[in-house]
Design a protein around this ligand. Structure first.
Ligand code: DQA
Length: 150
């Protein structure tokens, strides 16, 4: 079993009613249910957390080593601001895939830069809830390939 830590960043608990024109109507609970269904197919085990506080995200990433094989993360607003989240991902020896519901590159200029992208395996954005599902399958594929080469 591949063990994945899924981290949702700030304000994502409001999905469903938060700016539906940008983020759609799917709730976080529905996204998590879709992720769990896909995880079963990929033979992955998920631990899913949502944090509004930067330090809590940093703590969770820092504790992940030894317990998880990889991290699927939507850092939300901290994507654009957090050196601490970026450094935490860089510090733990775990591959991370960054996902966003919206296409951050097609939005306001302050969303174009991701602190996290340079320390992630890759970034998937713009596909709504499917960004998470694509990210999970990309991360599992990456981990399976990595295991095969060991
Ligand atoms: C987001 C994009 C971020 O710019 C924003 O701050 C979010 C959500 C997304 O999933 O599209 O909170 O990460």
């Amino acid at each position: 079993m591949i063990k994945i830590l899924v981290i949702h960043g700030p304000n994502l608990q409001l999905l469903g009613r938060r700016k539906p024109s940008v983020y759609g109507r799917t709730t976080l609970q529905e996204i998590n249910a879709q992720l769990k269904t896909q995880a079963r197919k990929l033979k992955a085990q998920l631990t899913i957390e949502q944090f509004n506080h930067e330090g809590q995200m940093v703590d969770a990433i820092g504790k992940a080593e030894g317990h998880f094989d990889g991290i699927l993360i939507n850092p939300a607003a901290y994507t654009h601001t957090s050196v601490a989240v970026r450094d935490a991902i860089e510090a733990v020896d775990l591959p991370a895939v960054e996902v966003h519901l919206s296409n951050i590159h097609a939005r306001e200029a302050f969303r174009h830069n991701s602190m996290v992208a340079p320390v992630a395996v890759g970034q998937i954005c713009g596909f709504g809830p499917d960004s998470y599902l694509l990210g999970l399958s990309a991360l599992c594929g990456f981990l399976k390939k990595k295991k095969g080469t060991k």
